[in-house]
Design a protein. Sequence first.
Length: 748
Amino acid sequence: MDYIKLLFALLLFLVGCAGISPKPLSIDQRLAAIPRKDAPLEHKLIIRWNEQAVPYLEAGSDADLAFGLGLVHAHLRGGQLALLKRISQGRISEMAGPFTTKVDHALRILDLGRAAPQIEAALPDETRRWLERFVEGMNYYQANTPNTPPEFSLLGISFEPWTVRDVITLSRLVGADVTWFAYFSLLSERRKGQTDEASWRRLIATTQAGAPNFRAAENDSQLLHDLLRASGRSGSNSLALAPGRSQSGGALLANDPHLGVQLPNFWILAGVKSPSYHAVGMMIPGVPIFGIGRNPGVSWGGTNMRAAASDIINISDLDPAGFSKRSELIRRRLWPDAKREVRFSSWGPIISDAELLRGGDGETLALRWEGHDPSDEISAFLGAARAKNASEFIAAFKSYAVSSQNILFADSSGVIGQIMAARVPLRSTSGRASFIRTLDEAKQDWSTHLATPQLPMQLNPQKGFLASANNRPAQTNLFPSSLFSDDERVKRLEELVLSRPLWRVEDLVQIQTDVVSRKAPALRDDLLSFMPDEATKRHPTFVTQLKSWDGSYAASSRGALLFELLLSEVAHKVYADKKGRVSNAASQWSYLTAYLKTDLSALEPHLCKEILQDALDKAAKRADRFKNWGEMHRLPTQHLLARLPILGGRFTLADHPASGSRETVMKTYHGLERGLHQTSYGSQARHLSDLSDPDLNYFTLFGGQDGYLGSQNFADQVPLWENQQYVRLPLREDVVKAEFKRVLVLPN
């Protein structure tokens, strides 16, 4: 099969050479590709652009604004949109050939757009019109632009019309439940007979397992995992400071979402003004809402709540005759098409029919997910963008369901708050002996649902700030979950906020780029306490440097390198199976910090001594290959096509030493590492706003605005990212005109 893959990649190379080395294009050359003639508009549409290719749209009607946003999204992210659309619909094989058939089958079974017809039918008139005009803008651009994205020739695709239903389905991909990352990885272990239920129960006891940190064992499973993780809003930090903690006297808001680190970035920066909307912020390509943003009255952001909005249910006792089924045609590039069956039960799709999602032998497993039922997240975020104050902002989320989010906000009057935007089952208990639920448990858990208005919220806490980092949002048992993040990031956020009495908005970058871990030095001390004297004497420099480490995961840190190498060796010796593989549960940071010391203590003294001595010997040998953490821990600047065999290297622009770690505030995820590795998930966008001034809004992306390969704005924000700099997105008209100097007017 590997030989066939190489031949297939060579064929793609021959038919798609134009997509590999596109010519460089200036911002003016790129803007010239935007069609303007005969644009179907009610009024004049003005699009201003700054040097980073951020658009600011001024429209005479909301409908014209939506049209303009569709045009802008298609212009800046045409290639990315084509990929996301096909991923959300399980059509990857149309681009990749037969090698992703299993992934497409799994995606067809997950059926992300299952509720899209019902959602579309129930849309409020203003939201329906907004989406229709957004789609018209995308389709107008595609039909009239002289250029197509360079990667189209490599992928063998072309522009195809968009529909409102396509946008809703794409929004469901974005709303994928982060619990899936854990569940699907554990299913991979289960079908191989490797599931460690004892470790699973220990992990649940911590209630702090970082869901996106789970890995998949097989290549195809890893691809499915990566696609969902890269697109889903699975991580983040968010911070709201009350006026009493601000030098300006206005509330402050800071957000840095954690997603797949790849180019094009998952976000588009934009500003808008129309009769109903006046906002700047970050938009998801193909979904016309501001997920993170600022208007004159309110600024908002958030983190994934990781609430239990999904369950895998064992329905083996149900009669299969009661399942609906359909045949799916999977079109495969340069290969015969494939037919696969998809079944659906009253409890959700039968995921065990997918080869990548099977459990144990003979098990019939269904996925119950809130996202398979109708809801309206787009109207919620449109309402948030129109909100003039905290009360209007809170009310906007009554129709919201997936994915569950901790939404933090601040308004111009000084109110700060946090709401739980979610729809979750009212569970009777958080006790979970297994990650697979029985039918009796499911019937009890899924009989009643709670939505945002019924969930706890916080306003104006006495301490003067709110922090969220995917941790448990409130002391409530309404939606127990075993997949909240470790509390290290949120405690570090609190520590940093309290380190000074008052903050300026521009100083909050120091928090967003912090790479200090408090738990790592404590675990280091635990490991060294077991270290035999003879091992310490054999590697005195290693031990001395490790002891002096302050917990900083700066790229220049030698101590971080030594700690991670030693930790990996010890963890493998304590937890690895006969094949040398550490289970998903036991490899989690929360598991290691909670149990590794205890498990070492439980060993016979001579065995513990042997483990630590051998681990230190191996770690010291590996450490000789690297000077510091950044030499081993790398952050590539690369297009999402960099994973292609043979051709992937052509889509990597640079490879940087990376600061940060798995649970530092500036997150750059990694596992138990023993050598050179790349981070592909973590901090990838930043936002700061000061509510005292409508112009004090700052954003930056890892990468750039323009997803067009060869554009000067494809990766021009990477230096800003590395140097902790931002792009200002003001709201006042005169400031916008001064800073957004390139102007396009439609129709021409």
